[in-house]
Design a protein around this ligand. Structure first.
Ligand code: FAD
Length: 465
């Protein structure tokens, strides 16, 4: 047989899990090889987080330019979609992915383009364009991510697209139908509604944006419905038929069949772990439910020198979770500090028209754990900066321990929620109280003052409400 090349630490996959693991392991003294079958940067940089945020941003600009505003500005509101797509790909995605390639090089990480699978607990077979090679590794970090799942009978093809297709449509749809109103479906639906499309979301659960409570999602849904959006909940997609010009979805609500016709259909009903083509059956690695790999708090699988991170392990499929786990695994391999995942708060964000963000405890977990807490809200309608931005919608909610006033959780809906949530995660991670937050001077006028204001209200010393 072929001779195996000996490598130190090998990382499979170069998404926000894999590339971060590779860089950190190199920083901690490992000799690192990373294997990527597709593009450096994984789903997140190429076909996920980043290009979706680029389109969401254009959606905000477009809507601002065509919608009547209260401050008296009139603009023409024309959009060159080809240029939008070009900008997204070449000035956003490729700038970032080439930056990651440069960082890997700077840290002397060997990059192999190819598809890896295990021959046994110590050996990978990497299939490349011009043949294959065997790598014998000391340690391995699996970071192979996930891919969209299709609904049986509604395969991706033509006008029926997955999230990747929805990011690169040849035109702004007249009417976009979306099966699945989770974060991905709601974000893309919101973006295309802002770009002028009619959008119909068909969701199987009795609510969209699962993971965020109804009080948070109400402003988002009210806005969506006021801008060409329509939502069917407890609705089961049955079949889809497409012609050259359109696609018709049949779905069932309350036992009654209905149809909706649009020009594109996005199926965003979940993702599947990329663990089924890794040859794991040639190893002793245990595979759990849904193809997820079981790991301990150092991201170690049951085979001690093999680690797994990101979308292929339990927890929400989020880039920052993958990157955090990457640093834990790299530290564990290197015998360095912080080799255990001890986080208290994992922020989750939906980049809908009004952003949603949550960290730490939320209404559901407080109820489930029967925590003795105090809840405090502060509205953006009382925040000067939000009003100056014509964005006085939504609120900050703090969940604090009744006995100690320590912050346990927080939710934000409204302008800047995605950025504001980090201050509250920092507070939770460090056991800070509402007094710690309110005694920290926040610059004026900023959206961040809403956090200080909410903390003052929690302390019974509210100024602006
Ligand atoms: P991935 O990013 O999936 O990377 C895995 C890599 O491994 C891929 O490049 C793949 O080609 C490679 N690979 C797989 N198998 C092999 C093999 N056998 N050999 C070699 N290479 C292999 N998350 C957020 O936190 N914020 C967001 O705003 C956000 N928006 C999203 C929007 C969309 C439309 C989508 C689809 C996802 C979004 N996500 C977001 C989720 C985020 O993209 C994922 O959680 C994240 O990419 C997971 O990182 P990862 O490193 O585990 O895997």
């Amino acid at each position: 047989g072929a001779q195996a090349t000996e490598v130190g630490t090998v990382v499979i996959g170069s998404g926000p899990g894999g590339y971060v693991a590779a860089i950190r392991a190199a920083e901690l003294g490992q000799k690192v090889t990373i294997i990527e079958r597709d593009e450096i940067g994984g789903v997140c940089l190429n076909i996920g987080c980043i290009p979706s945020k680029a389109l969401i941003n254009v959606g905000h600009h477009y809507r601002n330019s065509v919608e009547e505003n209260p401050f008296g500005l009139t603009t023409t509101g024309t959009l060159d979609w080809a240029q939008t797509q070009d900008w997204k790909q070449h000035q956003v995605v490729e700038k970032l992915t080439s930056g990651v390639a440069m960082l890997l090089k700077k840290h002397h990480v060997d990059v192999i383009k190819g598809e890896a699978s295990f021959n046994d607990n110590e050996t990978l077979n990497v299939v490349q364009e011009d043949g294959h090679q065997l790598l014998q590794f000391e340690n391995c970090i699996i970071a192979t991510g996930s891919r969209p799942v299709a609904i049986p009978g509604i395969p991706f093809n033509g006008r029926i697209v997955d999230s990747t297709g929805a990011l690169s449509l040849p035109e702004v749809p007249q009417h976009l139908i979306i099966i699945g109103g989770g974060v991905i479906g709601s974000e893309l639906g919101g973006a295309y509604a802002n770009l002028g499309a009619d959008v119909t979301i068909v969701e199987g659960l009795d609510h969209t944006l699962n993971g965020f409570d109804k009080e948070m999602t109400k402003p988002v849904l009210d806005d969506f419905k006021a801008h060409g959006g329509q939502v069917f909940t407890s609705a089961m997609a049955k079949s889809a038929v497409q012609t050259d010009d359109d696609v018709t979805l049949t779905f069932e609500v309350d036992g009654k069949e209905q149809t909706v016709t649009g020009d594109y259909l996005l199926v965003s009903v979940g993702r599947k772990a990329n663990t089924d083509t890794l040859g794991l059956n040639n190893t002793d690695i245990k595979i759990g439910d849904h193809g997820l790999l079981a790991v301990d708090d150092s991201m170690q699988t049951n085979v001690p020198h093999i680690y797994a991170i990101g979308d292929i392990v339990a927890g929400p499929a989020l880039a920052h979770k993958a990157s955090f786990e990457a640093k834990v695994a790299a530290a564990a391999i290197s015998g360095a500090a912080n080799a255990h995942d001890l986080h208290y708060s994992l922020p989750e964000v939906a980049y809908t028209h009004y952003e949603l963000a949550t960290t730490g405890e939320d209404l559901a977990s407080v109820k489930a754990k029967q925590l003795d807490v105090k809840m405090t809200k502060f509205p953006f309608a009382a925040n000067g900066r939000a009003l100056a931005m014509d964005a006085g919608v939504g609120f900050v909610r703090l969940i604090t321990d009744k006995a100690t006033n320590a912050l346990l959780g927080a939710q934000i809906v409204g302008p800047g929620a995605s950025d504001l949530i980090s201050e509250l995660s920092l507070a939770i991670e460090n056991g800070l109280t509402t007094e710690d937050i309110s005694l920290t001077i926040h610059p004026h006028p900023t959206l961040g003052e809403a956090l200080m204001d909410a903390a003052e209200v929690a302390d019974g010393l509210g100024i602006h409400i």
